[in-house]
Design a protein around this ligand. Structure first.
Ligand code: SF4
Length: 355
């Protein structure tokens, strides 16, 4: 039964008072489980550690990074933030950006996150510009899973979409992550009408021998990409129909899996996935919260505004207050996005919130 005085907090909210020698003792913090008014539980934190990116993807930062590359959360702030979330039942943390690996202290950040009690799984979403050089270090830092953005399977088209020439480095990064023994290697491919929808057969072939999951992501409308969205958006049906025709079968989602519906095929080592935010019921199983690179708690990718947690990241002693703030904020989470109503929140582009 939910605690009516603390909406959004799970059943095990209250700490048990302890007495030693008649004196009340501080109760050991118990793990609460973040849960919203709709009964959704949040075990997955997407933590942006910078909004800087070194690529110029057409659907996100067509003119490159325009912000002020400073003022991002420091390691101690990140450690305190993740510790609080972990005590609220979050056990999976994804490091995102911008491009998270542009941070010079990325490996230290990764180690600090994975060493946090309660964090069982750590992942990163990267454009893989330096993955081939550091996949082993990443694994040694405790990274379990790597998601790599790859929107085309030839260098020319890749450069046309990303504004970058490092296609071969990205492919080498994928294979390096596999060779390093990452628990999961996934590809994020934004489905773009007239730009990569003709490459579906090549993408399917890409996972024939590679034990990876390649997921097609429907282009999402954000504040800055209106015209682009109108030109390039392509529903996931095109992919789903082709998968069905070719004998791919859908597989069940795991507890902290992201929103992808994945398909397997007996002749392919890898899987194909589909992330379709416009599909009915997409938000029913939302299990993730986001924190921006400057400490703003965002309840939804397409929400409005964020709750500034940074003032509560200054000292370890603020942890209970920080947890209370996160629990209270969750009460404001909406039942879903309202993209169909043309409400895409105040997200100017995905680099600003880490996607
Ligand atoms: S759009 Fe918002 S509510 Fe829906 S799944 Fe994503 S974060 Fe959750």
């Amino acid at each position: 039964m939910n605690n009516p005085s603390r909406p959004g907090a799970g059943p095990d909210t209250a700490a048990i008072p302890l007495r030693v020698g008649g004196h009340p003792q501080p109760a050991a913090p118990r793990t609460r489980q973040l849960e919203d008014r709709f009964g959704r539980r949040f075990s997955y934190l997407r933590l942006s550690i910078t909004d800087v990116c070194n690529f110029r993807c057409e659907y996100c930062l067509p003119n490159g990074y325009q912000g002020t590359p400073k003022g991002f959360l420091e390691i101690d702030e990140i450690r305190r933030l993740v510790a609080a979330f972990a005590e609220l039942g979050t056990w999976k943390v994804r490091l995102t950006g911008g491009e998270p690996m542009v941070r010079k202290d990325f490996m230290q950040v990764a180690r600090a996150v994975k060493q946090t009690p309660g964090v069982k799984r750590m992942a990163v979403t990267t454009n893989a510009y330096r993955l081939a050089d550091c996949a082993e270090d990443l694994k040694a830092a405790g990274m379990d899973a790597v998601n790599i953005s790859l929107d085309a399977l030839d260098a020319e088209r890749f450069q046309a979409i990303t504004g970058d020439r490092r296609f071969d480095r990205v492919i080498a990064g994928i294979d390096a992550a596999l060779a390093a023994g990452m628990d999961a290697v996934k590809i994020n491919t934004v489905l773009l009408k007239g730009l990569n929808d003709d490459q579906l057969p090549a993408f399917f072939e890409f996972v024939r021998e590679r034990p990876i999951s390649l997921r097609f992501i429907e282009l999402m409308r954000t504040g800055d990409n209106g015209d682009y969205f109108a030109t390039r958006h392509l529903g996931g049906d095109r992919v789903r129909d082709r998968l069905d025709r070719l004998g791919w079968t859908p597989r069940d989602r795991g507890p902290a899996d992201g929103p992808a519906v994945e398909y397997t095929h007996p002749e392919h080592a890898g899987r194909i996935g589909l992330i379709a935010p416009y599909a009915p019921g997409f938000c029913d199983t939302c299990n993730r919260l986001r924190v921006t690179a400057r400490g703003g708690l965002r309840l939804c990718l397409f929400g409005n505004g964020s709750d500034d947690l940074r003032p509560l990241l200054a000292a370890d002693e603020q942890k209970e207050e920080l947890k209370d703030r996160i629990v209270a904020a969750l009460f404001g989470k909406r039942v879903s996005h309202f993209l169909h109503e043309g409400d895409y929140g105040d997200t100017p582009h995905l680099a600003s919130t880490g996607g």
